[in-house]
Write a protein that binds this ligand. Structure first.
Ligand SMILES: C=C/C=C(\O)C(=O)O
Length: 263
């Protein structure tokens, strides 16, 4: 059973492991089995952590768990100090889980005051920038994804950073779901797809996120990045490897994975 004490203890253990750069061989407490419990742990960890949040990752919850849990996406914070530019070296947890994901990055403009937009046109109206990017998925706990979405949510949705690629000129007139994207790790193509496979697409991810954050009482008025979900897959990788996400004529964005250092 989850109590405030167990939530705090789990959150504390994840924050401490992330600060140390070390792994967590086992889940640090009773694993959450509902999204409500999982987001309470995430909220507690954000509060203990104390770093400013620059944006949020959105990930997919696949069938049949989407029906069981009552949501087909999940969210986790991306901290300001984990946002980097194209070509960056990105810290990850070598004893835990490590992956790179090609993603559309959408920025919700400062001043958003709700309500959550109802369709893509209304969603575009609250966005002031779109970029190509890479989400770094990494957690000190190796079972972070294998143990299911509630465990994923409980440790920041398995996020460890965001690589900001080039701004997309004329994004509002482009069909983001029509652009072929490829992910390459150490020179080998590990996935190719478009965002057409992703539920209601990148703008739908923004709507999900705004509704999720508002329901949790989180301020969404200051401007925030949305890393809208893995297009070509969640590609596991190891320290030292390079990840390149290619977005056709829009160009590519890359990073290299390095071990997290104590902070
Ligand atoms: C559990 C993580 C999943 C993602 O990051 C995703 O679907 O984008």
């Amino acid at each position: 059973m989850h109590t405030q004490e167990t939530d705090q203890a789990i959150a504390q253990a994840f924050v401490a492991a992330r600060r140390s750069g070390e792994g967590l061989a086992t889940y640090p407490g009773p694993a959450p089995t509902t999204l409500a419990d999982a987001y309470r742990i995430q909220d507690a960890a954000i509060s203990i952590d104390g770093r400013a949040v620059a944006g949020w990752k959105v990930g997919r919850i696949n069938a049949p768990l989407d029906a069981e849990l009552g949501a087909n996406r999940l969210a986790g914070p991306i901290f300001v100090d984990a946002v980097a530019d194209d070509g960056a070296t990105m810290p990850v947890f070598p004893a835990g889980f490590v992956a790179g994901e090609a993603e559309w990055l959408l920025h919700v403009a400062p001043g958003f005051a709700g309500p959550v937009p109802a369709d893509d046109a209304a969603t575009k109206a609250v966005i002031d920038e779109v970029r190509i990017g890479i989400e770094i998925a990494s957690s000190p706990y190796p079972g972070i994804n294998a143990d299911g979405p509630c465990v994923t949510v409980s440790d920041y949705g398995n996020n460890a950073g965001l690589v900001l690629g080039a701004p997309v000129a004329g994004w509002a007139d482009l069909d983001l779901c029509a652009i072929s994207i490829a992910t390459t790790i150490d020179g080998a193509v590990v996935g190719e797809a478009t965002a057409a496979t992703m539920l209601d697409g990148p703008y739908g991810a923004v709507r999900f996120l705004l509704a999720n954050l508002i329901s949790r009482g989180i301020d969404v008025s200051g401007g925030l990045w949305v890393s809208s979900g893995a297009v070509t897959g969640v590609h596991q990788a190891v320290v030292g490897q390079s990840v390149i996400a290619s977005f056709g004529d829009l160009g590519s964005v890359s990073c290299t994975l390095a071990p997290a250092q104590p902070r």
